[in-house]
Design a binder for this molecule. Sequence first.
Ligand code: MN
Length: 425
Amino acid sequence: MIKILHLSDIHLGSGFVHGKINPKTGLNTRLEDFVATLGKCLDRALSEPVDLVLFGGDAFPDATPPPYIQQAFARQFRRLADAEIPAVLLVGNHDQHSQGAGGASLCIYRTLGVPHIIVGDRLETHRIHTHHGDIQVITLPWLTRSTLLTRPETDGLSMSEVGHLLLDRLRAAMEGEVRKLDPTIPTVLLAHLMVDAANYGAERFLAVGKGFTIPLEFLTRDAFDYVALGHVHRHQILSKDPFVVYPGSIERVDFSEEQEEKGFIRVNVDRGSAEVEFCPLPVRSFCTIEVDLTESDDPHSDLLSAIEKKAIEDAVVRVVYQVRPEQLDLIDDADLHTVLEIAHTYTIQAGLVSQMSRSRLPELGVGSAIEPLDALRAYLANREDLKLLADPILEAAKALLAQEEFYIESESGEMEVVQTQLRLL
Ligand SMILES: [Mn+2]
């Protein structure tokens, strides 16, 4: 039996907006949180000790992290190398450089020949020796259209035709890897991808408009004893035969992950069987306090009692409240800041609701669920000053939501967003 620790989506260097500068270290506290949490994962790997660590991709927010963030990451994984525990670092979409063959931030570990660290930046099978025998790990990094197709092959094809072609190629390439496998030792597929059966979280917005989804049956093959995934930030088990698992991100990247438990996976794998256990991590909590005070006689007290009901100590807090303009003076801002001081960081968003726009925008009221495009339409309809831009804004929003149009333009989400903004300008 081989003992594995599977973690994913570290995103070291993300979410600084939710932190503050630690005066003792000069570092953003969210970087310190992320490093501490990564440290806790690897503490477990060392204390067991496990035979192998699998990282499912997205080490940093992009392929060119600042040196102090690269170093923080390297210092942690160095602990595994020192303990001679092999680790496979898979390349996620955030790790790939947007310039075609620009490489990935993680490739430096291969270039330097760091012992026991394997970089998965292509579809490839690695046979790894561990203290409890050999295991084969197939790495499948984030795929883009240019990974498997050339431009002439895709000219004139629709997005869904390109998607099918890509999947055919991937199927053939994967078949080639599977046929080379040694059937007598355990096999793990380590992949950074979007499975069509997954529930998405923040990663959908962090990675606008690229790539394609993989059908679950592509992953549930007899050849695999465990399928270790990365990319989706919400932990989920998509299949139990074999286990197909997203550990989720190790820390909350933003408020969309407020309700999600964070952790990593401990796996025991043998040829033909696997046991998995989700191990929660004690991460900093996020807390949204949303309250409509427009009908309140004493908005300040009502706001305070809404805050009191929540556990805000050391949390990343956002207070969102709605008032009518004539109520605004009744909110004591200084008092509010005093009450919120025990939070790690906080933001206060006050929304002014005039009688007129309330009647015009009932669909945007607190607590009502509404499609993003309808919300945008309602918002634009209420903004005289944006009248001329309304159509292009809606068009760009549609394209972003559809995720497809911009995929044709370039491989990089960041660049695609820029293009959208340029179009608006
Ligand atoms: Mn990703």
